[in-house]
Design a protein around this ligand. Sequence first.
Ligand code: 26V
Length: 804
Amino acid sequence: MPSIEEIKKSVISKLRYSLCLELESATNADIFNALALTLRDYQLDGFFNTRKVQKATKSKRLYYLSMEFLLGQSLRNNLTNVGLLQQAKQAIEELGFDFEQITAEEPDAALGNGGLGRLAACFIDSMATLDIAASGHGIKYEYGLFKQVIQNNKQVEQPDDWHSTHSPWLIEHHSQLMLIPIGGHIEEGEDSEGNYNPMWMDWKVLVGIPHDYLVTGYGGKTVNTLRLYSAGASDSFDVHIFNRGDYLRAVSEKIASENISKILYPADEIQSGKELRLTQEYFLVACTLRDIFHDYAQISSDITALPDSVAIQLNDTHPALAIVEMMRVLVDEHRLDWAVAWGITQKTCAFTNHTLMPEALETWPVALFEKLLPRHLQIIYEINHRFLDEVAEKWPDKPHLLASLSLFEERGEKKVRMANLAIVGSHKVNGVAKLHSELITQTLVPDFYFITPEKFTNQTNGVTPRRWLQQANPNLATFLTRQLGNGWVTDLDKLQRLKKLAKDSGVVEEIQAIKLKNKQALCRQIAAQQGVQLDPLAMFDCQVKRIHEYKRQLLNILHVIHAYLEIVESGHTQAPKVHLFAGKAAPGYAMAKLIIQLINEVARKVNSDPRTKGQLSVLFLEDYKVSLAEHIIPATDLSEQISTAGTEASGTSNMKFAMNGALTIGTLDGANIEIRDAVGEENFYLFGANADEINTHRQAGSHNRIYQNNDPAINRAVEALISGRFNADTSIFWPIYHMLTEGDHYCHLLDFDSYRIAQQQAQADFSQQLQWHQRALLNIANMGSFSSDRTIKGYATEIWGIGS
Ligand code: 26V
């Protein structure tokens, strides 16, 4: 390990020889870069060592394919995992800079939308920490998720230039560029032995350029990689067109190719069927499979043994084309018999589903496939043909199965169903929480469950305690280490030992003091950024996540409206409460954007009304991202996990909050159910209908009008939306009013009353500070199994066949 002096020396040398700067003229951003480059050298030593070890032990290798990796900032995380945080801090201070300011310089790498992308980031951390030979594979988007600014109470999107082209963490491997064919057509033909041998002709070439981001496991022993591909155009292909004299076309095609990795699609849970998105998915898969076959060729020439050395995990259906590309390589290039190739593919691939929302399920028009990927379409037809033949033979009395199992949607425009492809081509299919995995088999794809029940499993999500406890909450981490030693960082079940301390009022007071400190820090940040002063002694009630109708930020703000009206109209008083919201809406999702506007208008009204002073504050924090979550979560008293039962696949912020000592108010949805089981029902504010009840309610038709009229409190809050109270233009929130009262799929009003009662209880309990923080401590103590280390061990033994 380097000394503080050595770190200082290296930072100065990086400034001088890599960045052409002297210390005297260096800015905070320059110091950030120089420190990152210094650290990267130590990571690289670990990387070469890891490669040697993994080669010598012939470790089975896991490839995690994901269109999203929501990394956030890396400096503090990498310093912690390498084990250099304290030394680096001191070195930077001795050089005359403020370490906190240096870390704040780093732009978040927002290469993801939300839960799915952040899960991928937690997973690569856990895989490295558990010494699993693994790599992540994704796209190096030039622009990550848009920056959100609030103007006139509305969301406005701005491009997120996260400095991808000169990130100190990314190592470009130009020499390893790969050529990816796309477009063209198929010419039928036979090989010399008379076998069917289709030729994929006249394709264009995309170029994939790999960039490696080093993923250091905690303790620094294993350094894996996250490989992100950027797209370019092939010079040789351009020359071809250039030579034909079509200069403008050649240049515009080059630009079109480079556009493939330009931007992350910002809509989760809504699939739009855009050609560029399908091209991105194919690009990721084709680049990754070249790497996989290249890596495998270094260890074996027996392609049939590939599943013994390789596992592929598909993060949702987005990379499901890996199944098809693998078949293409095995059949067309390795000339394997179809059945042999199919066996290899199925044994290698596994698929995780992350959503039950029908509008998020990917389907792609066959016509689009024909245009971009004619050979892949042929292969999908062949997979489908053989698969349906098998089904028909095995269940001759169940012909209805064929329509639901088919890889093609035949109603309307003919489409490829990516979920069906992913299931058929995988040996395991998993959901991300118990309830979600159950719903997959019962409602999402019951016919697949019927024909292959053994494929379906659950792996409940988790989050990395390194980022979400140790780094995000240093005050709590110090307490934990003092109580438990350092082992909890990699063995989160050790938190259980805190349970016996819950009766010690001194310890509980410490927990209370830590929370207060974190709240004070958040208040300072909010004051600096948004100019709003909050009372750190108030109860902090937070809902931070993507804005979606199913997540029901609307239920939360309706309840805030209710609380406001109670104060100003009914003369009630309440103990101080702060309601924090943050989250982005997909740019094309009008209802979600209107919900943001409503929250902001309510905030403006409530905060400027002298009658609410000291009782109620509402704030929408701009530009939610990983680094902001790291400040909000440790400062939260009450965590809002209030999705309509049966809609949130798992949720992961629910875990982060509880781990940091927030109590949850939540529905029986996703992983909330498992969290409640773990922390004890007395330490969780449960409300609302369960998934079955929601189903029954929906089947009976929407009767929201009745609910509203029966309950004056609901009525008053809902009518306030169109009363002009929050916006002089009474028509503005009509769409929300209309939705709530005339056909609300997410059943806001159905759950309102029970939510209100749970809120009231939480508020009353919060006045008993000692008891409250005792329950907070019990939440922390019982959250051990929500470490992503536990999740990854599950995947490794039950799905990947690694380390069992
Ligand atoms: C769909 C699409 C459609 C095309 C444009 C880009 C895009 C991006 C993402 C998605 C699917 C999003 C699914 C998702 O994020 N699911 C979340 O996964 C979390 C991790 O498993 C889980 O905790 C959340 O409950 C679930 O909503």
